[in-house]
Design a protein around this ligand. Structure first.
Ligand code: ATP
Ligand code: MG
Length: 425
């Protein structure tokens, strides 16, 4: 009896895993340029952390968490997102005490949500995210947004729409909240049961409902932008002004609200506009969370961040048909014929690897022809052939696969010879 992979998860096999490494390396390099440093937090946390930060009324906390009791009877949860843990760590490690604020962090790793699996939606997925905690300078909002757009650009994605909005400060949000209740309450029976609960708990989230998105009241709902107080308005204008100054284009969408409770002021999403991307077009979500650090027991430290999943990033790359600059090949495959040559090839591949080249050999005792085929299949740049004659004369036949040429090379100079030829290309 065989056991299958759990629903909503996937194996990332060689051939695909290179794409993941590629995106992670691009994202890390952009973070280096923007001076964000990596933080690694546990994969599970106390359940309480997510209840208090993500929010009791959100889909994540109500329906999607992988929560379990450990042997010590503590309630733990596999992390559904990254911000809560980063903020917990910020507080716990007193990063608010660093002289230089904001503290600029990035993270990457698996997240877990019990969702209905479909294209672009998994139960285990990998997020890459950044958080800048400890400054309320609108320049940092623009920086964080520019950072994620630079990651997409570096990968070669072009068909993107950056959508931004302001949710305002607490006062603006409260005024808007009252207006939303007034707007939806008289006809709330026409909405789904989730929306009926949301009305009093968090009416902003009605705007985010996927079931009722076409209800006519959605189109006429009061816009947050009309409820921003002066301070919030000025803040938003500063953010968009900085984006203009650095040449990041965007669309303002007053209907953009983010699912999590902790957001205020700047909220943004990056959508793919590639044809054939599928129903779920959101690649990245982010925003400002000024009260979260306090909520988790720290001093007032305003923060902003974003997260995207590598799964949807890859889907966008495929939908746009962007080339993957991924090298699947190896530098040298050593073909050995006869027992003595086979023995010698063990140390020969080791010498190549020690010299920094990627090298491989046959382990199935195959004939010459099959070994040559293997070398081809593995996209070797060079095939080195060691037979009895060559071994006796301390040389090796080296085929340059692209050029189709062939040389005789002294056996102990093979690595240096290949490196010189590769550098010449
Ligand atoms: P959605 O509305 O698609 O459910 P969300 O608001 O739950 O998204 P966030 O919590 O903001 O998503 O997560 C940020 C990003 O993580 C999303 O924009 C998306 O790229 C990715 N993401 C979220 N959930 C999943 C999932 N189940 N599988 C793959 N990627 C996901
Ligand atoms: Mg979701």
């Amino acid at each position: 009896m065989s056991v299958n992979i759990p629903r909503g998860t996937q194996d990332i096999l060689p051939g695909q895993s290179e794409k993941w490494q590629y995106i992670e390396s691009i994202a890390k390099d952009v973070c280096r340029r923007y001076h964000y440093k990596e933080i690694r937090t546990p994969i599970f946390e106390h359940t309480e952390l997510f209840k208090r930060s993500v929010g009791d009324t959100t889909d994540i906390v109500q329906k999607e968490m992988y929560t379990f009791e450990d042997r010590g009877e503590r309630s733990l949860t596999l992390r559904p997102e990254g911000t809560a843990a980063v903020v917990r760590s910020f507080v716990e490690n007193k990063m608010f005490g660093h002289p230089d604020q904001p503290v600029k962090l990035f993270y990457t790793g698996p997240m877990f949500r019990y969702e209905r699996p479909q294209a672009g939606r998994y139960r285990q997925f990998v997020q890459f995210g950044v958080e800048a905690i400890g400054s309320e300078d609108p320049a940092i909002d623009a920086e964080v947004i520019a950072l994620v757009m630079d990651i997409y650009k570096a990968a070669g994605l072009q068909k993107l729409n950056l959508v931004i909005n302001s949710l305002g400060d607490a006062d603006s949000r409260n005024a808007h909240r009252e207006a939303l209740i007034g707007h939806f309450e008289p006809r709330i029976e026409e909405f789904c049961s989730d929306c009926q609960t949301r009305l009093q708990q968090n009416p902003l989230r009605i705007l985010d409902c996927k079931k009722d998105r076409n209800h006519e009241l959605m189109q006429t709902a009061p816009s947050i932008l009309d409820y921003l107080n002066e301070e919030s308005k000025v803040y938003f204008e500063k953010v968009t002004g900085y984006l203009d100054a650095i040449g990041v284009s965007y669309t303002v969408d007053p209907k953009l609200v983010r699912g999590l409770d902790y957001y205020n002021h700047t909220a943004f999403e990056v959508m793919s506009e590639a044809e054939g991307f599928g129903a779920i077009t959101t690649l990245c979500g982010g925003g400002r969370y000024n009260g979260l650090v306090q909520q988790l027991g720290g001093p007032e430290s305003p923060g902003i961040g974003f997260a995207f999943s590598i799964e949807r990033f890859i889907a966008a790359m495929e939908a746009e048909g962007v080339e993957w600059p991924i090298d699947q090949g190896i530098d040298c495959f050593v073909v050995a014929l006869g027992d003595a040559a086979k023995d010698r090839s063990v140390s020969l591949v080791h010498e190549l690897r020690t010299a920094g080249l990627s090298a491989d050999r046959d382990y199935q005792d195959r004939k010459m022809k099959a070994q040559l085929k293997a070398s081809d299949r593995q996209h070797a740049r060079f095939t080195a052939i060691l037979g009895e004659d060559e071994l006796a004369e301390n040389r090796i036949t080296l085929k340059d696969m692209a050029a189709g040429s062939q040389d005789q090379v002294p056996l102990n100079e093979l690595a240096g010879y290949i490196k010189t030829k590769m550098e010449a290309k």
